[in-house]
Design a protein around this ligand. Structure first.
Ligand code: TMP
Length: 256
């Protein structure tokens, strides 16, 4: 690994380094897991590698659909190259089935199918614990413009439609997920693009038949088997084959 590159930012699960060209950034996926605003922490070996691969897979499919994202290419097992963006300070949550904080807040039993998909916004601020906000707050405080909110809503609906179908095809229910957007500056133009990651850390994924959890709730709720669950998601997506565990392969002797 190149130790001389400049570290731009270290978050809970990722490190950002300056990229090889101006306007690019290298994202490094760590094995660190946190929950409840980092009150609960652990290192889960193999998680970063799996999230890098799964997020690459989803972002590439979205790029193929013409949906603008920051993703350029995967560099190695733990890192990917992305375009530099200014992160819009919003966590955009899409819910198809009641679970987690919404189930608790509104007293709805977890697992209840929602009459329609619901999009929620949280203000991205760790000190405040990413509070739930309304569109009114976003425009009043200037966190995003009305045009950006329109773009975000339109892209979010497309992403949910695509991902719900993609996961249904491999026997997984997309219960909910969180995404983030950024501003990509191109000369005088600003484009809203999908940024951050999409992985079992940022989604709730339940097995279609058994409702078994295949996401970070395995860590949040002390269920164990997180890496195995993420491996199963990767295997069903066709990213890992039966004998690949998402860990770097041991060196093999090459005979000349
Ligand atoms: P919630 O039910 O805890 O609000 O979470 C909704 C979805 O958003 C769930 O798929 C997990 C994801 N999420 C994150 O990716 N990061 C976060 O900080 C939070 C609170 C949720």
């Amino acid at each position: 690994m190149n130790q001389r590159r400049r570290r731009i930012y270290e978050g809970k699960a990722k490190i950002l380094y300056e990229g090889p060209e101006p306007g690019t950034v290298v994202v490094h996926f760590k094995d660190d897991a946190t929950a409840y605003n980092a009150e609960k922490k652990a290192v889960i070996e193999g998680k970063g590698v799996l999230n890098n691969r799964i997020s690459e897979f989803i972002f590439e499919r979205l790029n193929d659909l013409g949906l603008p994202t920051h993703f350029v290419k995967r560099l190695n097992m733990r890192e990917q190259l992305v375009r530099e963006v200014e992160i819009i300070p919003l966590e955009v949550i899409v819910r198809n089935i009641a679970a987690g904080s919404m189930a608790k807040r509104l007293g709805i039993e977890e697992g209840t199918a929602l009459p329609r998909s619901i999009i929620e916004f949280c203000y991205k601020n760790d000190e405040l614990g990413d509070p739930l906000i309304a569109e009114e707050h976003i425009t009043a405080f200037g966190w995003a413009s009305p045009q950006e909110i329109d773009d975000i809503m339109a892209m979010t609906i497309r992403i949910n439609d695509f991902m719900s179908g993609m996961f249904a095809a491999i026997g997984i229910k997309l219960v909910d997920f969180k995404i983030e957007f950024g501003r990509q500056y191109e000369g005088d133009l600003v484009r809203t693009v999908l940024a951050d990651e999409i992985s079992p850390d940022s989604c709730r994924l339940w097995d279609m038949k058994t409702n078994e959890k295949m996401d970070k709730d395995r860590f949040r709720r002390d269920l164990g088997g997180l890496v195995e669950a993420y491996q199963e998601v990767a295997r069903r997506l066709g990213i890992l084959n039966e004998n690949d565990h998402g860990k770097p392969a041991k060196p093999t002797l090459v005979k000349s």
